[in-house]
Structures are given as C-alpha cells and as structure tokens.
Design a protein around this ligand. Structure first.
Ligand code: WT7
Length: 660
C-alpha cells in the first residue's frame, strides 16, 4: 500500500483529552466552528480584531484589506509598526526584560540563556552597526549564517531598521548564494567564519567570498563576519568587518524605524517548477500577525511553555517559528546549532529533557531517521529519557506517514501529547491547515482542518469545488494577511504561479494535490502537482537540478524525477545522457559520483541525486517530449505497464531501468 492509500484507509482517531480541551485557547470543536463562522460573517472584522490584539501598532490602521489591485492584496496598509519592537521592546517595557528569550545550545552541548533585555541590546548594537555602514530602510541584506544567536540578531536588526533581509541556508553553494545576492540586489552580507555541525567545521566565509567574486553583486559594500570557530579566513579590509567588533562599538539603543504594515520584512528564495528560485516577499504586519497567532492556536501557546522548533533560520519555518513568532509572543525558546544525530541519535530527546521543552516542532524526515536509530539502540530511544515536560508535538514540511505519526505520538508524546501535523508553505507565511490541540480529533497522516480564517478548498482544473472523497487541487479562496505579496522583482511570475487564469485568477494555487475525507472533511495532502520535489522537507525544482547537470561539460541531456524514499520522503533520481558513449561498470560509478558532487557544488548537498542512471538517450515521444511518467516508474523500479506506443525509442527503457 502506498503512503497515501494507507492514510486514506486510516481508521484510528485520537480525540483530545478532557484536560487538553479544558485549558485550551480554542477549546473544543464548537469554539473552532464559532471562529470559522465569525470569519465567514465578517472577514475583515475577524482579522482586524486579531491584528489589534496580537500586535502593538505605532499608528493604528484604518483600512483592513485592500483588494483594488488583486491579486496584489494589501493588509493594514496605513497602520505603522516595527517587527523588532513587537518582538523585543514591548516585552521589556512590560517588565519582562529578564525573561529568557533564547536558550542557545551549541553543537557540542554548551548552553547559554539570553534574556529579552540582552537580546534587545544586541539587536540595537548590530542595527546601529548596519546603519553606520550606510544600510538604510529599504536596502536588502543577505544573511548566510549558521544557527546562532547572531543569526537571529542579524534578522531582527534588519527588521529594526526596515532593511528587508534575505536569509540563505548555510548548506547552499557559492553559486546559489551568488544568484540570490544578485537577484535581491543586496548591499550587505552577514556571514560567519565557519559553522559547526555534527562535530565538523564547515566553511561559510570562504564560500561567501567565492559567491561575491562571481560578480553581479558589486553593490555589496559590507560583509559582517561572526567569529564562530576562529578558523582562518581571507580578509578584504575595505569590505569585511567582524560582527562582534562592529556591534561592540555601538550604543545598545536604537530607535526602530516605524514602517507601513506593507513594508517588506523579508525575501526568502524557494524553488518553483520552472526556472530559477523565486524570491517570496513577505510583509511586516500581516506576516508577523500570523507567525504569532498560529503559535497561540496551533501550539496552544502559554507563557510557561518552553518552545523548540528544530528548523534552520535559512527556511521559512525558522523565520516564523524561531525568529519572529515566538519572540513576538515573548516566549522562551530553544535554539540549536547542531544536528539530531550528534553526538548520537538521542540528541533531541536529551535536549527536551535538559531544557524541559513543552512544545516540540520538527520534520517527519528527522522523526523517520531517529526511529531507525532508536529501534536499533535502546540507549538513544526516547523511552530512555524523561520527556514528561512535553505537552504538544508537531511536524512540518512534508506528509507524515501514519506509522511514523503513531511512533512519534507513542514514544515521544507518551500517548498524551497531541501531534499537530501543520501544512503550510514558504508563501503562506505560517500554518494554514492544522489540528488544534484542544479541539481537533486527530487522524494520523491528515493535517485535518484549516485554521480559523483560512478558506482552503479542493478544486478541479477549472477551479470548481470537487466533492469530498475526490482528489483535486489545493487552493485558498480568500487572501489572508500572511500571504506572500509578490515574487521579488517579478510580479508577472507571482500572478502566473499563484493566481493562474485557468483557475479564474482569484484562487491561490498552493501547488499541492489534496483530498478531503467524505465524513469529516479532513484534508490529506497528496504531494506536489508540479515539478517540485520534497526531499527531507526541502523544496527542490527538478528543472534546477537538470540545469545544474547539463551545465557540466560532459553532460548532453538530463531529466530529474522524484522517487518515494523511506527516510527522506522523496529522493532525487537523475537520468543522464553523456556527450560520450554510455558508461558502464566502474566508470559509470565514478562518473555518477562526479555528477553528484557537481550538483552539490552547483546548488548544495541537499540537491544531490541519490541515484544517477546513464542512457544512450531519454524516453521521448515522437514530438521530442521527455516522458516523465515513464521515468518516475523506472525510478521506482516498477515494471512499465503504461502505453509506450508513442515512444520513439522503446529500447532505452531497459537501459534506464538498470540500477548500478
Ligand atoms: C511544501 C512547502 C512549511 C514550511 C516548510 C516547507 C509540503 C509542508 C506539509 C505537511 C504535507 C507538507 C507541501 C508544500 N508540506 N508541510 N504538513 N503535510 N506536505 O516549506 O519549502 O515552502 O514547502 O511542503 O508540498 O507545498 P516549503
């Protein structure tokens, strides 16, 4: 049975405990339905109320939603606020300056607590350092950092001065970094000498130097370097500054820039089905509202909670559920530098025990790989740790198979913690479809129901609703405050990708397939409907990997597809035609490894094909179209049962079926 079939046949239901319902912010399904009805009745009023309750406004907004230039929607536009003020100052002003904001734990297990007052001072110093180098409101700053307090400080400092940041994940290559620096038009870069992951030091500054040397980003006048390891780096004194030295010279106060709610807070690049990655642009007001609001609802957040989201700040999850959401609420959270398997596979569980984490949020891939390790070694099994502090556990990034869900629920959540399977995307800013811990009966493998105010639906190719039980295209019918505002520098692409004319131009197209349960209306996500892969919860465009492969001088042609993978969800399979004759045996092995390394260098290690297969040609129709459906079957090792009568060169299938 495929993963999706097993979800659709899932009969187990886990209703919330009476205790969970009693203390919850949204308590019971009637309370959920009442909020949904309120949003239906008065959509703008519903959002206006939340925006006033959850955020502090310098100047109140008078208009909620502006649809006059749809789909370029505007929310709370004449309201003014500052994200960093909302995340820091207001808590200090309310007398909570001594509350712990961050519990930072390094790769080797040392932890430091940083209070809201400390964090505010550090953010102000760095904001002043940015200003001293001429960075001003509207300028873009790229952040290429390890998981660190400094990474959060850099993001918050940008928010403070109104300079949109663009964080690039530390695992991306110099070429990927260069493309993003160029596309976003950065004037400054914040990086580190090296990053520590799993006991190994990995370069960042050297890669950043390479990226800058590739050209097109001459506007970058300052490179701030956080000294993490003290490893040796090249230095260009006209451009490079040690972050701590530069910040250390500055005052620890800095008046925040008061910004329109529509001022761009950040741009974050993500893969699409075609071409280069898209710069997803988010707003200040609507985005921040939803990052905070969803934590109140999905994680039923309480001030006494110790929150831990294991994502990297290089992804949207790290933006919404580390840098912005928890801080906007004044929460205490764990920030982790390292990896789940170092020094052993019990690292997450030992950290939950040590820091008494009550809300834990991670990815299905991590769970699946830790299941394997735990089942093989009882010492690192979650049952060997005291996880009684946990209250709510969540997942994000990819579908979670019912087996992994049940294991997580039993072994990590002690059968007592609700599992919130949160569906959302870089573009949505925060959770969209997710259980509510004090209301929703849980079904393993289903992200259940839309959060209040989110009008999600499943439609057919023409935009018409399909009946429950029938698969279709996942859409959102009304704009919501945290939606992306545009694709940086490419409004046409924004319209085409997310509000396609084929669906009528008014529905937000998520790019996922979904089905709703006949009885409950629960959503189950069936994966991407475009040429986007999801490997370990990371989005990768097949086209991007194909262009990386064909940029290698020995490659004539390449086609990339996904294949289901037990641990990573999907794995990258590349079918390659070389300019020379088809390699076999050891030579094929050697070239496959070369091409894998090439992709890692071009994009980043996350995009490395797991499987590279060589053919004299690719399966094409007579009109020259690559038959990807066939490639997907070949990648899975399935027998070809499809009709191949339109195939130009059927003999090729046998070659491509061969796994080395
Ligand atoms: C894509 C978005 C959301 C932050 C991290 C990834 C898939 C995400 C789920 C889930 C099934 C999920 C979708 C989506 N996805 N969460 N709970 N169940 N699929 O953000 O890189 O923008 O990727 O991840 O396919 O479209 P992203």
């Amino acid at each position: 049975m495929s993963a999706i079939e097993s979800v659709l046949h899932e009969g187990r239901v886990f209703p919330p405990s009476a205790e969970a319902v009693a203390g919850a912010t949204i308590s019971g399904m009637d309370a959920y339905r009442a909020l949904m009805a309120e949003a239906e009745r008065d959509y703008e009023g519903f959002w206006a109320k939340l925006a006033k309750e959850t955020l502090s406004w310098r100047k109140p907004f008078t208009k909620v939603l502006d649809e006059s230039n749809a789909p370029f929607y505007k929310w709370f536009e004449d309201g003014e606020l500052n994200a960093s003020y909302n995340c820091l100052d207001r808590h200090v002003e309310a007398g909570n300056g001594d509350r712990t904001a961050l519990i930072f734990e390094t790769d080797d297990g040392t932890s430091t607590n940083i209070t809201y007052k400390d964090l505010l001072g550090r953010v102000c110093r760095f904001a002043n350092a940015l200003k001293r180098r001429g960075v001003k409101k509207g300028d873009r700053v790229v952040i290429y950092m390890p998981m660190s307090v400094e990474g959060v400080v850099a993001m918050q400092a940008c928010a403070r001065i109104g300079a949109p940041h663009s964080v690039v994940f530390g695992g991306f290559s110099s070429k990927s970094l260069n493309e993003r620096l160029v596309d976003v038009g950065a004037v400054a870069l914040v990086t580190a000498d090296e990053q520590m992951r799993g006991g190994k030091a990995l370069p960042l500054k050297n890669i950043a130097d390479e990226a800058l040397a590739m050209g097109g980003c001459e506007a970058v006048k300052s490179v701030f370097v956080y000294r993490r390891t003290g490893g040796s780096v090249q230095w260009d004194a006209s451009r490079d500054l040690w972050m701590n030295e530069a910040a250390g010279k500055e005052a620890d106060t800095c008046e925040p820039e008061w910004l329109s709610a529509e001022h761009p807070l950040f741009v974050l690049y993500t893969s699409g089905s075609t071409g280069k990655p898209k710069g997803v642009q988010h707003s200040t007001g609507g985005y921040l509202l939803w990052a905070a609001q969803t934590i109140k609802w999905t994680f039923d957040w309480k001030p006494s909670d110790v929150f831990w989201c294991t994502a990297d700040i290089g992804w949207v999850t790290g933006h919404s559920y580390i840098t912005y959401g928890p801080l906007a609420l004044g929460a205490t959270q764990v920030v982790f530098e390292g990896v789940p398997t170092y020094p052993n596979g019990g690292r997450f569980w030992s950290m939950i025990e040590k820091h008494k984490v009550s809300v834990f949020y991670t990815a299905p891939t991590a769970i699946r790989s830790l299941i394997k390790i735990a089942e093989a070694d009882s010492k690192v099994h979650p049952k060997s740790y005291d996880l009684s502090s946990l209250r709510i556990i969540g997942t994000v990034g990819e579908p979670i198979n019912p087996e992994a869900w049940v294991w997580y629920h039993e072994n990590v959540g002690g059968k007592r913690c609700p599992v919130v399977d949160t569906w959302w995307q870089t573009e949505t800013g925060g959770h969209m479809i997710s259980p509510l811990p004090g209301a929703t009966p849980l079904v393993p493998g289903s992200c259940t129901l839309p959060l209040p105010g989110i009008m999600a639906a499943v439609v057919d190719e023409t935009g018409q609703d399909v009946p429950n039980g029938q698969g279709g295209i996942l859409v959102v019918k009304r704009p919501w405050p945290a939606m992306l505002r545009t694709v940086w520098g490419d409004p046409e692409r924004f319209k085409k990708s997310y509000f396609p004319a084929e669906l009528g131009g008014k529905l937000y197209l998520a790019g996922d397939g979904a089905v709703r349960d006949k009885d409950t209306g629960y959503f189950t996500i069936m994966g991407r409907i475009d040429d986007v892969l999801n490997v370990s919860g990371h989005r990768l465009g097949t086209m991007e990997i194909e262009s990386a492969l064909v940029s290698n001088p020995i490659v004539a042609e390449a086609a990339v597809v996904g294949r289901p993978d037990e641990t990573t969800g999907e794995a990258v399979v590349a079918f390659v035609v070389l300019k020379r004759s088809r390699p076999e045996g050891e030579e094929a092995e050697k070239l496959a490894n070369e091409l894998r390394a090439w992709v890692a260098k071009e994009i980043g290690p996350i995009a490395k094909p797991k499987d590279v297969r060589f053919g004299d040609n690719l399966p094409k129709t007579r009109s020259g179209k690559i038959m990807r459906r066939l490639l997907r079957s070949l990648a899975k090792g399935e027998a070809i049962t499809q009709d191949v009568s339109t195939l130009e060169n059927p003999a090729i299938l046998e070659q491509l079926a061969q796994v080395r």
